[in-house]
Design a protein around this ligand. Sequence first.
Ligand code: SAH
Ligand code: F3S
Length: 493
Amino acid sequence: MEKTIDESKQGQSLVLEQKEENTKKLFIESYGCAMNFSDSEIVASILSEEGFNTTQKLEDADLVLVNTCSIRDKAEQTVRKRLEKYNAVKRVNPKMKVGVLGCMAERLKSKFLEEEKIVDLVVGPDAYKDLPNLLAEVDEGRDAINVILSKEETYGDIAPVRLNSNGVTALVSITRGCDNMCTFCVVPFTRGRERSRDPQSIIEEINDLWNKGYKEITLLGQNVDSYLWYGGGLKKDFAKASDMQKATAVNFAQLLELCAKAQPNMRIRFSTSNPQDFTLDVIETMAKYDNICKHIHLPVQSGSNRILKEMNRLHTREEYFELIDNIKRILPNCTISQDLIAGFPTETEEDHQDTISLMNYVKYHFGYMFTYSERPGTLAERKLEDDVPEAVKKRRLAEIVALQVEHSAMRTKEYLNTEVEVLIERESKKSNQEWSGRTSQNIVAVFPKEDYNVGDLVTVKINDCTGATLIGKAIGHSKNDTKDVTSSSAERS
Ligand code: SAH
Ligand code: F3S
């Protein structure tokens, strides 16, 4: 299972906000994590000032940008295949320019220009504000590259153009980079050191989204619980901050509270949490505000203490259980999901069984599981041999996926004959007669459309389910729906 915000969005490029005076066409597509999807919205916003509107048709594009992911080898191969496709289109439309953004751009730098002749432009995740200059160079016939990582850049001052938007849910980035140095992970190398965004600009973005009709936001970061605003600068330099800066610093629990209070009817989600930085005050803040969604994505990677140590995950399995127990005690309605890696170097059958027993303890609602993929330049690549045979990795992955499927089915069944609150996001993929939305717990629910609309918050009685999806019937607008129910029923009659 690949991790994406929504599998169906991969590679798509929809258009919502356009400027009439813009004459050039940008085709932008994103692969990988939610942060890439969010960054593409920032890029579209920067380029909209440069005369570009977005298009969904690759063939029509003057400029094609692909926002890339390096997390596993497979993700990079997917991008290479897309470049072949662009090449075919460029043969028909030789004026089309092609740029590579994101983590592969940062990892491969100028090698990209050498390896892939079709690429005109290589731009790392912190250099998007330089795009206008880089494009000017490309227009003059030169290849252009900027892969400088920044200490400050958070794009806090840019209002993203919402791509792929259903008009209901939006991504809001709060931190960039990561300082954790998990030994398997390429992110600290491609996205740089961790820095947090000014809470004021986060709140302004949320207010603006609410005014535009959005009903749910996801606060994004590689490691959101480590959010710390003390006036700007890298997280690692906090120790050098003045007493005043320290006294007025805002941590993640405080930011969550600020967001929840700023828009009390906006649903608030966040992703991703690292167990080592997850604090009790975050759980308590979640308990205090109804509008903070009751779902925690809490990647654990492995259930073995020895492997956790090799991965430089700075907690033990016992500490993880304590955290899970606290979540279950303080937030009994909260769902928990995982990321797991099968076949990390030196992983034995016993280590693998520790992962199985950890899963049996938590019984996650859902998860994203991967075989270990060695990434060039990471600590694991430099220090450890990738010694678990591919067939063994795959077999272990199949075992944990099968167990997760079992747990998901069991967890989903717990909702049978209950009433859940669902925010309608889109038409169901399976039927145009049904809506699809999510519960606060991030479980997908589908039900007949009747007279409800996208963006409505409805109460749904669950009478059936598949492995991971709830099936039911809406029994009315939820008491928390901000829509004027009387006027909408008047419209209907
Ligand atoms: N903190 C990040 C994690 C980034 S990577 C976030 O916001 O999601 C997402 C997941 O990919 C990780 O949790 C891990 O399970 C998996 N992953 C990362 N590097 C990997 C590698 N080299 N091989 C296999 N899986 C990997
Ligand atoms: Fe990667 Fe670990 Fe950071 S998984 S993104 S180094 S928390």
